[in-house]
Ligand binder design. Structure first.
Ligand code: 4AD
Ligand code: MG
Length: 461
C-alpha cells in the first residue's frame, strides 16, 4: 500500500495529493467539519487532518473515527492557518481499517507508567513510549555508526554459553531435561550428560569472553546484544534481560579504554541532540526539566577521572551519612556513585583501579598487588552506566585469579590459550543500553525504556 510517513513531509509536498496511514489520536467534531489528529509513530506530534462534511457518508465516517481507530487518509497537504502546525491534510478519501470501541484503555488522558506496564502491548501507542522507542532506536543506530566509523567489527557472540563471564553465578540455566524426571548420576547430582548440550549451559551474562577471542585476532570488535542476569534485583536500574554494547580492543590499555567509552557516550548523545529534537523537548517538558541542557553539558565537557582510592577519600570527607558506610575495600553502592557524579562533580566520573577482590577474575592486576585495572563510568541520576577493564593478558596470573574465584580451569582452557598463543594487551567495556536510554530520556524506571521488561516475577508477553 503506497503511503507517506508523517516524518518525511516537507514544504515541497504542499499542494500534493498524498496518502497517510496511522491511528486516530483525537477527533474534534465541529459540526461542518472535524479535526483529526493522525499519528503513525514516525513523529511525536503527528499530523492534523481536516475532514469536511462534503466527504461521502460523513456522519457514519465520523462515528467510526474514535481514538485508536486505524485509517488510511488521502488528501492534499496545505498550509495550516493554525499556530501549532505548519501544514495539515485536507482529506478527500478515508478508509477505516479497524474501529476502536470505547473500552480502549488508551483514551486521551494521562496514565501512570505503572498502569501502562500492565498493558505493555498497547503502551507503544502513547506519546512517552513512542518517544522512548524513537530515542532508543536512534541510540542503537548511533552506536553502530560510532564503532563502524572507527573500523570496529560487529561480532555476534553466543546467547547460550557454558562460561560465566562475571563469575558471579547469576545465570539462567538452559535445559531441555524433563523436570518431572531429572536424570541423576550415581552420586545423585543432575546428570547433564543427558541434557541437550551434554553439559550445563546458561544464558550469557556478557559477550566479553567471546569478544576477546575476536579482538585477539581482528584488533577492534564490538558486540551489541541481549544479556541475562538471574540476580534478584528489584530496582529501577536492573533488568533480568538487558542489552549491552561491548567493545573489545587489542593493543589498548585502561586509558585507551576510558577514552573510547567517553567518546562513545558523547557521540551517541550528540547524535540524538541533533536528530531527536522533538522527542527530547517532550522529555524536557514532561519528564525531566532541563534534560536537554544536561545532555549538552555531558556531550561537551570532559569527564572527571580519578582512582577508586581517591574517590573513597572524597566520600569519607564528604560528611554525608550513607546508608552503607564506606571504607577502602568496600564496593560502591549506588548512593556513593550518585553522590560522586550528581552532587560532588555534577558530571560523569570515570573511576579506575578498584580493589581486586570486588572485581571479576579477568581484570589485569596492577603492580601494587591490591588493585586491578578496572574502570566504571558513573553518571548523575543513574550511577554506573559503563563497566570495563584492561584484561589480564599474562596466562600465569590469570590462572591464579580463575582458581581464586572458584572457577574450573578446564572450563576456561580456550580463554587461557588466548594468553598462551600471541597474547596481547587488550581492554574493553560494557555499556548498559537501557541505562543509557534512561540517562538520555530522563525516565525514572528501567522497566519503561525496554519494550517488554523482564524482572523477578515477570516475563509476560
Ligand atoms: O559491570 P558489568 O557487569 O560488566 C560486564 O558485564 C563486563 N563483562 C563488560 C565488559 O567489560 N565487556 O555490566 C556492564 C554494564 C553496567 O555498567 C550496567 O550499565 C549494565 O551493564 N548492567 C545492567 N543493566 C541493566 N540491568 C542489569 N541487571 C545490569 N547489570 C549490568
Ligand atoms: Mg559493573
Amino acid at each position: 500500500m503506497q503511503h507517506t510517513k508523517i516524518k518525511t513531509l516537507s514544504s515541497s509536498d504542499l499542494g500534493k495529493t498524498l496518502t497517510l496511514c496511522g491511528w486516530v489520536r483525537t477527533l474534534r467534531d465541529q459540526k461542518n467539519f472535524a479535526f483529526l489528529e493522525l499519528n503513525d509513530g514516525s513523529t511525536l506530534s503527528g499530523l492534523q487532518v481536516i475532514l469536511e462534511s462534503s466527504l461521502p457518508h460523513y456522519t457514519d465516517l465520523i462515528a467510526q473515527l474514535s481514538t485508536g481507530a486505524s485509517v488510511a487518509i488521502t488528501g492534499t497537504l496545505v498550509e495550516s492557518p493554525g499556530q501549532k502546525q505548519k501544514w495539515e491534510l485536507k482529506a478527500s478519501q478515508v478508509t477505516v481499517f479497524g474501529t476502536c470501541p470505547e473500552d480502549y484503555p488508551l483514551q486521551k488522558k494521562r496514565h501512570s507508567f505503572e498502569f501502562l506496564r500492565t498493558i505493555a502491548h498497547l503502551r507503544p501507542r502513547t506519546n512517552t513510549q513512542g518517544a522512548v522507542a524513537r530515542v532508543r532506536n536512534a541510540l542503537a543506530y548511533a552506536t553502530h555508526q560510532f564503532f563502524q566509523e572507527r573500523h570496529f567489527l560487529y561480532v555476534h557472540t553466543p546467547i547460550i554459553t557454558s562460561s560465566d563471564c562475571e563469575g558471579a553465578g547469576a545465570q539462567f540455566l538452559v535445559t531441555s531435561l524433563n523436570l518431572q524426571q531429572v536424570p541423576r548420576t550415581s552420586e545423585g547430582s543432575v546428570d547433564f550428560s543427558k541434557d541437550f548440550f551434554s553439559h550445563p549451559a546458561y544464558l550469557t551474562v556478557s559477550g566479553q569472553l567471546n569478544g576477546e577471542a575476536f579482538a585477539c585476532a581482528l584488533s577492534d570488535i564490538y558486540t551489541f546484544g541481549p544479556t541475562f542476569r538471574a540476580e534478584n534485583s528489584n530496582t529501577s536500574r536492573h533488568l533480568a534481560e538487558f542489552w549491552m554494547i561491548e567493545p573489545e580492543m587489542a593493543f589498548a590499555d585502561l586509558n585507551d579504554n576510558a577514552d573510547c567509552a567517553e567518546a562513545y557516550l558523547k557521540y551517541v548523545l550528540q547524535y540524538i541532540l541533533k536528530h531527536n529534537g522533538e522527542d527530547l523537548q517532550f522529555f524536557d517538558q514532561f519528564i525531566e526539566k532541563g534534560l536537554i541542557a544536561r545532555l549538552q553539558h555531558v556531550a561537551e565537557t570532559p569527564f572527571v577521572r580519578l582512582t577508586y582510592t581517591e574517590a573513597i577519600t572524597l566520600l569519607e570527607k564528604s560528611g554525608k551519612v550513607f546508608q552503607f558506610p564506606i571504607k577502602w575495600g568496600s564496593d560502591l553502592q549506588s548512593e556513593h556513585e550518585r553522590y560522586l557524579a550528581e552532587e560532588h562533580f555534577k558530571k560523569p566520573v570515570i573511576l579506575t583501579n578498584y580493589p581486586a577482590h570486588i572485581k571479576s577474575f579477568y581484570m589485569r592486576a596492577n603492580e601494587d598487588g591490591k588493585t586491578v585495572a578496572a574502570m566504571d563510568i558513573l553518571v548523575p541520576k543513574i550511577g554506573e552506566i559503563v563497566g570495563g577493564s584492561q584484561r589480564e593478558e599474562r596466562a600465569d596470573r590469570l590462572k591464579k585469579t580463575l582458581l581464586a574465584s572458584g572457577l574450573k580451569l578446564e572450563d576456561y582452557l580456550w580463554y587461557l590459550q588466548l594468553r598462551e598463543f600471541g597474547s596481547v594487551p587488550h581492554s574493553g567495556f560494557g555499556a548498559g543500553f537501557e541505562r543509557l536510554v534512561l540517562f538520555a530520556t530522563g525516565m525514572e524506571n528501567i522497566r519503561d525504556v525496554i519494550p517488554f521488561p523482564r524482572f523477578p516475577g515477570h516475563a509476560a508477553y
